[in-house]
Design a protein around this ligand. Structure first.
Ligand code: DX5
Length: 237
């Protein structure tokens, strides 16, 4: 697809990121009136992809984005879009977000009893399937799916809000998942989501994460997106 070709040619993807921790800005923290410019800046200055936090007011109290925002972002971005479904009934949402152009669909293990069907549906549409686990969910609950999924997201905050502090104890799950990956020669990416900042991103990387979602560390009023991305990348050196 054109998007994939452009990604290969995308000069913006920071060489450092290709080898180290990839950073995925979460638009939950972005100013919706500046979204197009901010996402294009994020792409230009090295974001691996954009993360869209979808909340339904049931699984988590707030309501956020619908599939139409994904369609518009898909129309302007070359980098991937990950849709993080913090919704009570993820199976009812998959088709509309896939049709909107989501490249990765992440659903919560706490919300589904038909996990294999969800994974199969997403992957049969040639997209990546991810499972997210809350801070109080152990990795035993997802171990049997690890050979089938493309990504596992370890929530390092209680889902539902940006701007919270990273729960460091959750990084132990990242270390455990890395051991499981190596022991079983599995290839799923490990994503950390919640509270990632310059003062803890090296901990996240050292624990073995492949991707870090960052909302308020990127989209804030103090500094430019370019500066914020560079600050996180510099903290990884
Ligand atoms: C929380 C969201 C996180 C959040 C990250 O439910 O899933 O992705 O947007 O925002 P920060 O980086 O501000 O914690």
């Amino acid at each position: 697809r054109l998007k994939k070709v452009l990604q290969i040619l995308n000069p913006g993807l920071n060489q450092l990121q290709q080898n180290m921790l990839k950073i995925a800005p979460s638009i939950l923290a972005a100013n919706p009136l500046k979204l197009q410019r901010d996402c294009l800046d994020a792409q230009k200055y090295g974001a691996y992809r954009i993360s869209v936090d979808v909340m339904d007011g049931h699984f988590v109290p707030d309501i956020t984005f619908g599939h139409n925002i994904v369609a518009y972002l898909n129309g302007i971005l070359n980098i991937d879009i990950e849709v993080h479904l913090m919704v009570e009934n993820p199976s009812s949402q998959l088709e509309s977000f896939l049709n909107a152009g989501a490249d990765v669909l992440t659903f919560h293990i706490e919300t589904s009893s038909e996990v294999n069907q969800l994974i199969d549906y997403i992957q049969s549409n040639e997209k990546k399937a991810g499972i997210a686990i809350n801070p109080d969910t152990n990795i035993e609950s997802v171990e049997k799916y690890l050979e089938h999924i493309d990504e596992l997201t370890v929530m390092t905050v209680v889902p539902g809000k940006g701007g919270q502090s990273l729960i460091v104890d959750c990084l132990e799950k990242v270390r455990q998942l890395n051991k499981i990956k190596k022991m079983n020669n599995l290839e799923f990416d490990i994503q950390v989501d919640g509270g990632v900042k310059k003062d803890n991103i090296k901990l996240v990387y050292d624990a073995g994460a492949d991707i870090a979602v960052a909302g308020t560390a990127i989209f804030n009023t103090e500094n430019s997106i370019q500066n914020n991305l560079q600050t996180l990348m510099d903290a990884l050196r």
